[in-house]
Design a protein around this ligand. Structure first.
Ligand code: NAP
Length: 248
């Protein structure tokens, strides 16, 4: 029988839309109370919280820029004051600032590094003492297939997503003996705002390269995350692809 997450607390970063939203709903449907983190999508976060509560669990909406260490600290503090425990952390928030390297500004480099990779440090660093003290925890980091193959115009993004894989493996080595698993997943092209920002002609070319002939859905990604969290008791330090067969 599928395992449930009743009474557990999950922080999902960037949950107001896209993949994060689907992950939050999937974990809520499995019984977890959800911290709905967002930065600018306040409407999305509020409507998600309503949908989550209709599933019979609790939602705490927290605005925090996960690139900011202190704001993440406040979010973790508020989570512990509200729910008393943190069982699950999904580091999902991410951005793109695509440019070929010769046109990439230092600011575009820094923004992507701080949001995509800095946030993973910030959130994990703030929750790990609590998880260690309870000898229990599940951390899933959202990397990308771009980490493995690179991509034109995404040197900044690819560097962060590859960095997440190294971070995941290293932290897993440190904490797995203490009941905490840390894994990364590498989605392929998935139907979200991030994909719709790609020009139509490039999207068509991308589609032709996907062995399954279609983009992934956010729900498909969420199901894998739920599986790792609820069922993956002996799974740690892994990088799992879910990409319709794409490996660039
Ligand atoms: P999306 O639709 O563009 O959503 C991005 C999410 O990240 C939003 O919820 C956004 O929240 C949040 N976010 C961005 N900056 C933030 C910040 N400073 N603090 C807190 N939250 C922040 O993108 P998505 O496709 O769902 O992407 C989710 C994750 O999957 C990302 O890590 C992305 O790199 C990864 N991924 C996506 C694809 C794909 O094809 N879509 C493929 C592989 C990997 P706000 O709106 O509130 O700012």
């Amino acid at each position: 029988m599928a395992k449930r997450l009743d009474g557990e607390t999950a922080i999902v970063t960037g949950a107001g839309r896209g993949i994060g939203r689907a992950i939050a709903k999937e974990l809520a449907a499995t019984g977890a109370n959800i911290v709905v983190n967002y930065n600018v999508s306040d409407e999305g976060a509020r409507t998600l919280a309503k949908e989550i509560e209709e599933l019979g669990v609790k939602a705490l909406v927290v605005k925090a820029d996960v690139a900011d260490y202190d704001q993440v600290g406040e979010m973790v503090k508020e989570t512990l004051e509200t729910f008393g425990q943190i069982d699950i952390l999904v580091n999902n928030a991410g951005i793109t600032r695509d440019k070929t390297l010769k046109n990439m500004t230092r600011q575009q480099w820094d923004e992507v590094i701080h949001v995509n990779l800095g946030s993973v440090f910030n959130c994990t660093r703030h929750v790990i003492p609590h998880m260690l003290s309870r000898k229990s925890g599940r951390i899933v980091n959202i990397s990308s297939f771009v980490a493995q193959g690179g991509n034109i115009g995404q040197a900044n993004y690819a560097a962060t997503k590859a960095g997440i894989i190294g971070f995941t493996k290293s932290v897993a080595l440190e904490v797995s003996r203490h009941g905490i698993t840390v894994n990364a997943i590498c989605p392929g092209f998935t139907e979200t705002d991030m994909l719709w920002e790609v020009p139509e002609n490039i999207r068509q070319r991308i589609l032709e390269k996907i062995p399954m002939g279609r983009f992934g859905t956010t729900e498909e990604i969420a199901i894998l995350v739920r599986y790792i969290i609820a069922e993956g008791d002996y799974m740690t330090a892994q990088t799992i692809s879910i990409s319709g067969g794409v490996y660039i």
